[in-house]
Design a protein around this ligand. Structure first.
Ligand code: C2E
Ligand code: MG
Ligand code: MG
Ligand code: MG
Length: 287
């Protein structure tokens, strides 16, 4: 009775407190330990070629299995790392895990690309090219298999330097993807100043594409824009077969979303690939 009720109120009050002061919120020390103990890992969301109905790669998404708090997503991890200037270290860990995964897929004979989200802090960090080159050679993979996803805000404020770094990475063979396109605030300038290989249209337009004519107009115009700039255009957040059919008919190159496949652990990704109707055979390096 009473005990239960007061417990409930206590719980509610915890939720009303700002995230940073919640007793159960992980601290910078927790994150440092988590990084050292390899509690952070990647899940892989398959990316589909909508024309050929086949998997061409995956996006690596960060998760943290913390012993006392359970599984945490990027919405907790990223702000924590940002507050404590741990984004650079965190991103190298993510890239290391991604390269190791690419190496494992190669050994299975799978020619899949892997997309990694890289933040502004990483792009600005010192010694980037040297560290990147040594990572690629350590895992004996090709940087052509890595797709680096940046958002419109990543390059804001220091476009010149960001351009130097992104161009250097692209010269090394990495493909560049502009993620969450359409919701940022200098989208056209980014596309004008930098060369991207891929454009990922933000989920907010995709999720409303059927019932909202304005969202549809935007999604179709971005597709046209992307193709005119010779980019591969990706729809993220496809949640229904109707959205899938519409985007495929419209000419979207690639798709990602819960309706096609959820993010999977390394093991479940392998199982899932083994059970695909069409076997995974090497795909042309178009994407
Ligand atoms: P994002 O790069 O746009 O990644 C896509 C997010 O949408 C993922 O959330 C994914 O699980 C989710 N998603 C995929 N399909 C669907 C769908 O059909 N419906 C809905 N509602 N959601 C879908 P997640 O894993 O929580 O990641 C959120 C964001 O956190 C990512 O957005 C990315 O910006 C960031 N993030 C994730 N992993 C990393 C990382 O390793 N490093 C950095 N710097 N950021 C990361
Ligand atoms: Mg992304
Ligand atoms: Mg995205
Ligand atoms: Mg997004």
């Amino acid at each position: 009775g009473f005990l239960h009720k007061s417990k409930l109120i206590e719980d509610l009050e915890q939720w009303l407190m700002p995230a940073t002061s919640r007793p159960n919120t992980p601290t910078a020390e927790d994150l440092a330990r988590g990084l050292a103990e390899e509690e952070l890992f990647l899940v892989y969301q398959p990316k589909f070629d909508l024309k050929l109905n086949r998997v061409v790669g995956a996006e690596a998404l960060l998760r943290w299995q913390e012993p006392s708090r359970g599984l945490m997503s990027p919405d907790i991890i990223i702000p924590l790392a940002e507050r404590h200037e741990m984004m650079v270290e965190l991103t190298w860990q993510v890239l290391t895990l991604a390269c190791r995964q690419l190496q494992r897929w190669r050994r299975l004979g799978w020619n899949l690309s892997l997309s990694v989200n890289v933040p502004a802090a990483w792009i600005r960090s010192a010694g980037l090219f040297e560290a990147f080159d040594s990572l690629i050679s350590r895992y004996d993979i090709s940087s052509h298999d890595l797709i680096l996803e940046v958002t419109e805000s990543t390059t804001l404020g220091c476009l010149g330097y960001a351009k130097h770094i992104l161009t250097g990475l692209r010269q090394r063979g990495c493909r560049l993807s502009l993620d969450d396109f359409g919701i940022g605030y200098s989208s056209m300038m980014q596309l004008h100043r930098l060369t991207f290989d891929e454009l990922k249209v933000d989920r907010s337009f995709i999720s409303r594409i059927e019932q909202d004519k304005r969202a549809e107009a935007i999604a179709l115009s971005i597709l046209d824009l992307g193709h005119r700039l010779e980019m591969v255009v990706v729809a993220e957040g496809i949640e229904t077969p109707e959205q899938h059919a519409l985007l495929k008919a419209a000419g979207y190159d690639l798709g990602q979303g819960f309706w096609l496949a959820r993010p999977l652990t390394e093991e479940s990704f392998v199982h899932w690939c083994h059970h695909l109707v069409s076997p995974l055979t090497p795909v042309p390096q178009r994407y």
